[in-house]
Design a protein around this ligand. Structure first.
Ligand SMILES: [Zn+2]
Length: 218
């Protein structure tokens, strides 16, 4: 059974001094009303009446990752691997996240590879791992690194490779208005960092041969 771990600690930013208490639902709805007025509209008109409540419910879903402990999803591993000692790759894990600078959507795909050391994890768990980190305010570089570090810490494989490709709506719908731009970030650990051949094997499997080098963020 997947069990969401809810703790006061996981609510705040790691390392931050005592986070201020979580605002009430009414506080959050009032903030949405303020933003509607800031946009230039009337939060009391018919079409907008239920909007603050809807937005707050949407936030509960988009940011549900704060109440989940990602390492919990990886605890259940399979040790009967029949001597399998090759790279495992899960590609095209779609995710939706939000950038921490504009609260705008980041939409993309994550590709994960690892070289197991006796233990493998169910593929649905890898997808859940991505989801937990995506459902927080993010920057793509950090999310990529967090996914890799978590897998590395819990599974202790010979190596982990994570490549993320995404479009940032703060870039496509405002500011520089550059639709079609995809950002690619990567984190290579262990054998994927140290052995070009293993790294290339992963990159070929995800159709990115030669695109990403072994020096962390690409
Ligand atoms: Zn942004």
């Amino acid at each position: 059974m997947d069990k969401a771990v809810i703790s006061k600690r996981s609510r705040g930013k790691p390392g931050a001094s005592a986070p201020s208490p979580r605002p009430s639902r009414a506080d959050a709805e009032a903030a949405v009303r303020t933003l509607i007025r800031w946009a230039g509209d009337d939060p009391d008109r018919e079409g907008l009446k239920s909007t603050p409540a809807r937005v707050v419910r949407a936030y509960e879903e988009w940011f549900s990752g704060y109440s989940d402990d990602p390492s919990e999803y990886l605890k259940r591993t399979f040790e009967e691997t029949g001597g399998y000692d090759e790279v495992v790759v899960l590609r095209d894990i779609r995710f939706e996240s939000h950038c921490e600078h504009h609260l705008a959507p980041i939409i993309g795909r994550v590709h994960i590879g690892y070289l197991p050391r006796n233990r493998v994890v169910g593929i649905s768990k890898l997808a859940r791992l991505v989801e937990v980190f995506a459902r927080r305010l993010q920057i793509q570089e950090k999310m990529t690194a967090e996914i890799a570090s978590c897998l590395d810490a819990v599974l202790k494989p010979h190596g982990v490779a994570v490549v993320t490709e995404a479009t940032h709506q703060c870039m496509t719908t405002r500011g520089v208005h550059k639709p079609g731009v995809t950002m690619v970030t990567s984190r290579m650990l262990g054998v994927f960092r140290d052995h070009a051949e293993t790294r290339q094997e992963f990159l070929s499997a995800i159709g990115m041969r030669g695109v990403v080098h072994g020096n962390g963020t690409g």
